[in-house]
Design a protein around this ligand. Structure first.
Ligand code: PEP
Ligand code: MG
Length: 325
């Protein structure tokens, strides 16, 4: 089977009926770049910048960040690179920036909340991203947004960063597309309004599923509650896909759920056409896509969105997938 998957490495990502799908890589460390390119990623859909911050003794300077981000952008040679601002806290700690003890770190002081409370660190990172955008098509992504004030506050820091760079006479790209992760239930509820604030959405299903279903993504005891095919999850994903389409905003799904063929079938059926994932999965994803007909996927997605139990949903998707074997 591995041999079969290998054949897809250099083929385009498309469904059996020729609908094109964009597959980008999730990257963290510089070593991921090569893995992404070897697996045929169309650029980076999610650059998790906390990883380079995690493996150092202290906060990197603006110039160090600029060097690092530029390198990633240049290596992708004109393909888009979506750089996400710091997403620490939860299960990701910096050795030199210990948050106070929290009973519920995933509901605590994490991600963009930490950034907004540390404006200098946040603005410095944003400046480095705007500077790196001189070297290729960069998009900027804010994690864990839960409301309008928060995304506006992020945009205000971007404006401060632009002004600071201008006043220092430093070269930067001013009109970098700005996007937000949809990974908190409140953002789903407000998606129609949040979409007007940004250029694109990134669906962070790893967190979104855990917050929607109140099931810790890292706790084996509640593993069975962490269900990507739960009817509530599918309705939410469909809702976001429809809003993004109607408002003509980009949408990329960058959680792990797309790696499973059943989930992928449902996602394609809902009209999602851009994914970002750990790059070694890309050839396998291409193979799975080549077996799916977008029309059949659309039909089955319509049906499963009406269903009330995930066992029923799973059975329908499995049945369709079997006929494509
Ligand atoms: C997610 O939450 O789905 C996501 C892609 O981000 P992370 O896994 O880094 O939280
Ligand atoms: Mg997340």
């Amino acid at each position: 089977q591995l041999h079969q998957i290998e054949k897809f490495r250099d083929l385009p990502a498309q469904t059996r009926d020729g609908v094109k799908v964009v597959l980008r890589a999730n990257v963290g460390l510089v070593s991921d770049i090569d893995i992404a390119r070897r697996n045929g990623a169309e650029g980076v859909g999610l650059y998790r910048t906390e990883f380079p911050y995690m493996i150092r003794p202290d906060f990197p300077s603006r110039d160090e960040q600029y060097q690092l981000y530029s390198r990633v952008v240049k290596e992708f040679n004109g393909l888009p690179v979506t750089i996400r601002t710091l997403d620490i806290g939860g299960d990701k700690a910096l050795p030199y920036f210990k948050p106070p003890h929290e009973d519920n770190p995933f509901m605590g002081w994490r991600s963009v909340r930490v950034s907004l409370d540390n404006r200098d660190i946040f603005r410095t990172q944003i400046e480095a991203i705007l500077m790196a955008a001189c070297h290729g098509p960069v998009k900027m992504l804010f994690p864990m947004i839960s409301g309008i004030e928060e995304i506006r506050a992020c945009k205000a820091v971007v404006e401060e960063a632009r002004q600071n760079l201008s006043s220092q006479g430093i070269a930067f790209q001013a009109d970098v597309p700005l996007g937000m992760m949809v990974e908190v239930p409140a953002a789903v509820q407000l998606a129609e309004r949040l979409a007007r604030e940004v250029d694109f959405f990134a669906l962070g299903t790893n967190d979104l599923i855990q917050y929607l279903l109140a099931a810790d993504r890292n706790n084996a005891l509640v593993n069975r509650y962490y269900d990507p095919l739960h009817p509530a999850v599918l309705q939410v994903l469909h809702n976001i896909a429809s809003i993004a389409k109607r408002q003509n905003k980009g949408l990329c799904l960058c959680g792990e759920m797309a790696n499973d063929p059943l989930n992928l079938l449902a996602l394609i059926g809902m009209g999602i056409r851009e994914f970002s994932m750990a790059a070694p999965f890309i050839p396998r994803m291409k193979m799975m896509l080549s077996r799916i007909s977008s029309l059949e996927a659309e039909d089955v997605a319509k049906q499963v969105l009406e269903m009330t139990e995930s066992s029923e949903i799973r059975a329908s998707l499995t049945k369709l997938l079997k006929t494509t074997d």
